[in-house]
Design a protein around this ligand. Sequence first.
Ligand code: 6R9
Length: 649
Amino acid sequence: MTEAEDRSGWVKRPTAAIEGTGCTLEDYQALYARSIEDSDTFWAGQADRLDWIKDPTVIANWSYDPVSIKWFEDGVLNICHNAVDRHVAAGHGASTALIFEPDDPAGEVRRITYAELQAEVIRMANTLRKMGVTKGDRVTIYMPMVPEGAFAMLACARIGAIHSVIFGGFSPEAIAGRVEDCRSDWIVTADEGLRGGKRIPLKANVDAALDKVSVKAVLVLRHTGGEVAMTAGRDHWYHELSADVAADCPCEPMQAEDPLFILYTSGSTGKPKGVLHTTGGYAVWTETTFRHVFDYREGEVFWCTADIGWVTGHSYIVYGPLLNRATALMFEGVPNYPDHDRFWQVCDKHQVNIFYTAPTAIRALMREGEGHVTKHDLSSLRLLGSVGEPINPEAWRWYHDTVGKGELPIVDTWWQTETGGVMITTLPGAHDMKPGSAGRPFFGICPQLVDAEGEVLDGAAEGNLCITRSWPGQARTVYGDHDRFVQTYFSTYSGKYFTGDGCRRDEDGYYWITGRVDDVINVSGHRMGTAEVESALVLHPNVSEAAVVGFPHDIKGQGIYCYVTLNADVAESEDLTAELRAHVRKEIGPIATPDHLHFTPGLPKTRSGKIMRRILRKIAENDHGALGDTSTLADPGVVDALVEGRRNR
Ligand code: 6R9
């Protein structure tokens, strides 16, 4: 128990964080009320901080039945202008936009001012144009965590192309699927990435993907200098192709509802969905959430440890910070290289003020002991943040007490790829915190809990989390498949956006996310559809059937537990286990590597042939006493065999 705690379960917000911030509890309450009761005026006011080529006069225009979502629809703007050029034009060209910390701590740090950022984005934009990219085209970005990744995103936005960033840890198969799905004709990549001293063969992965799909051109950044194959006529070195491009490139005027980016994310069924975000609403939403949630003050260094391949990197490394003229740190490496103190060493080295990371990283570092933290001077830190999965109270306390010296506020921000930015969080100057609770709804957000039948639950309750009103940063569709968008998010509870998360609201109106209620698991903060892992497993010639569930994992939050039925003539073996693990890595990527493979002659199925996942989850959790009703199973004997198999591991 620290001094900051004065009520059981509560951690008081520190008064130090209140000084200088615009948002006290009273402000929050007044602004929140206005954001709901007078929503258009509120959002028009937020939108006013941006430069519009044509000011929007229609603010919100949405319906959840039928599904059609538009914000600021008659407004015209360019988000790259707002994130970059606007600041240079206002005389802030010399302020630092990005600080790049390389994987190797002895490597070269890069500081990129807003003026330099503008020049770099123009160079990239004109290079893309030279390759033939025009407004509305989809450009795939498969890059390491280097500033050129951000340049490429902003360059697309500048010329009106739609970026689709693919996390550098994904496999050639995953790249091919995504390139094909959005019919992207261009890929921006690098020779290799670097993570924890290891080289990631990005260009080779792209080459393997391009055995399956074709594109017009590939732009390759020389990063490590590693040897790569270049296909004449298709592949271009960035430094060569950009050498003679013009030094100016006007920003394309974009309608607010013109697409900005596609980002693929896992769902409970089928292949990953291309979630589509548009320009105006996303700009207003990331600008506003960044400003309030992180209480950003001029000159501060903001560090979000996510990768730009995830939505957190899009919204809080690139767009949110740059729209606020912040200094964002971009880190190429991993938390435990060269040692477990890397995060804290970087915080000290770059005098980081706001630090935003994931619970899985906190748990992993907590295990290594506080010595790694205390040996560094962390006095620059002012605010801590968490995102990606529920943070367990033990990890919260360690973060608060050891990293935050028992003083710093923590914002536990709940949101999703589909929400574009933070939805539920405490605000540092406004709210006391409860370890493990995300807190209160952000401006404009109306959460609602419903039971399985869709009945609305009031007051303190636990149920499925829905959002009843649209907000500017909401995804507009699934690229190329609007029906799937409607089906996935608006059909379970008609007239509401269903998040897929379970949630409890306590007597103080604080929200506690309990995790996914669908067949999505959260592994180290990464979303993974169990169906994706199953499809990968059954692609193997020896596998006849597979069922995948999550199970509690100390570091990752959830691990991947795979039940596998082999073909009749195949015997299980350690070699086959290793082969199947490698097979899943190859199909999806290392983040999908199974933690457990449980060979079984059969899976528990109902008489109609449905796999009873509830039972498989319980067995994976080692919760054998609570298997519930198994009477509807076609063959109840299967369960005993599975329990026996679990006990033996
Ligand atoms: C931003 C991001 C979304 C899913 C979401 C939920 C989980 C994210 C959380 C959290 C509890 C938090 N999640 N933040 N759960 N507390 N603070 O992570 O997007 O990759 O789309 O994942 O992550 O289950 O539904 P995304």
